[in-house]
Design a protein around this ligand. Sequence first.
Ligand code: PLP
Length: 402
Amino acid sequence: MAHTTEQSDQPACCEPFDAEWAHLETLALHAGTGPDPATGALLTPIYQTTTFVQEAVGVHKGFTYSRAGNPTVAALERRLAALEGGAFATCYATGLAATTALCLALLAAGDRVVVSQAVYGGTVRLLQQVLGRFGVEAVFIDTADQGLLAAELQRAPVRLVFIETPANPTLRLTDIAATAQLAHRAGAWLVVDNTLLTPALQRPLELGADVVLHSTTKFIEGHNATVGGALITTQRELHERFEFTRTATGTIQAPFTAWLTLQGVKTLPMRMARHSENALRVARFLADHPRVVRLLYPWLDSFPQHELARRQQRAGGALIAFEVEGGVEAGTRLMNAVRLCALAENLGAAETIITHPASMTHWSVPPAQRAAAGITDGLVRLSVGLEDPEDIIADLDQALGK
Ligand SMILES: *Cc1c(COP(=O)(O)O)cnc(C)c1O
């Protein structure tokens, strides 16, 4: 059961849909919601209210104050829990608010966290520049290297292993099932940031992860309209810690954000399938282009961890990284020449977005460190959108010719 609140007084016709046997496409539309008990409204209303009137002291319908919980947010939580194959979800104001709540719920001064070397930049900043001041030590290693991970877990006690797979922007993969085994043997929890693939393409909880983290800002909401985050787990004890921490620190999501995300997530399985189809078409075009000297897309045979991608993912996802000959100047020229692709620092929306890590997202990282992580000066990141792939290819073709 994915219920996070009890509403036992609902008539049977209005109980949230929660069939465990349903397929992903059906769950994306129906899980966790049903017609509004008061009016029959098909869509869950936006419960834009701070507080909830109690019938008598302590007698209420499961909601008391919107910092602790809200019916619209709870509906999204039931839906996301069902999609990830979890039992519980909590939603947050942003993806980083979810990461903050995760760390505050599970860590204390003196704890060590092992983190994938290539993770979202905001995750690094939070761990190093904020939680570091509170005595949390974050160790960044290449978690694709299981030998290195095993050694790090043996060196000293580790509370938490935090991985992002595929990692941004090099798409390096970490084996989730193997990492879960190593982490659990060392007495650590495994958290997977599943933002880039979503439950439509990758199911970390089924592979042994304890918690899945999302920036719902990206593919889950999918329309560049909101910022939001979520934590999903099958473990009640962890969920209760997340709920407590969210109420105590005030990081909950706004009802309107939850409502927009409930609409966006309805098409998630179809969108992720189309993102992947389009990205594969674009990747094959780039593979044949004479000016492309390096190409990373997990669904291509040439990808160094292609076999792991096939085992762990349902499809390749939307992100492609590639390098054009001529380094940073050539990369910049390409960026400036695109017309359809949006030159921006985001990913995971319906629109194709092109980013130049060396001059945009990773400019502040010293060149040697960038090179060690495989982020070369000519590297271009593409978040392939839902346009007709021929149009995306035509745009890249004309830009590569300049
Ligand atoms: C964007 C992003 C985040 C942070 O999410 P916000 O909603 O921007 O706070 C975390 N992880 C990944 C992989 C992301 O892409």
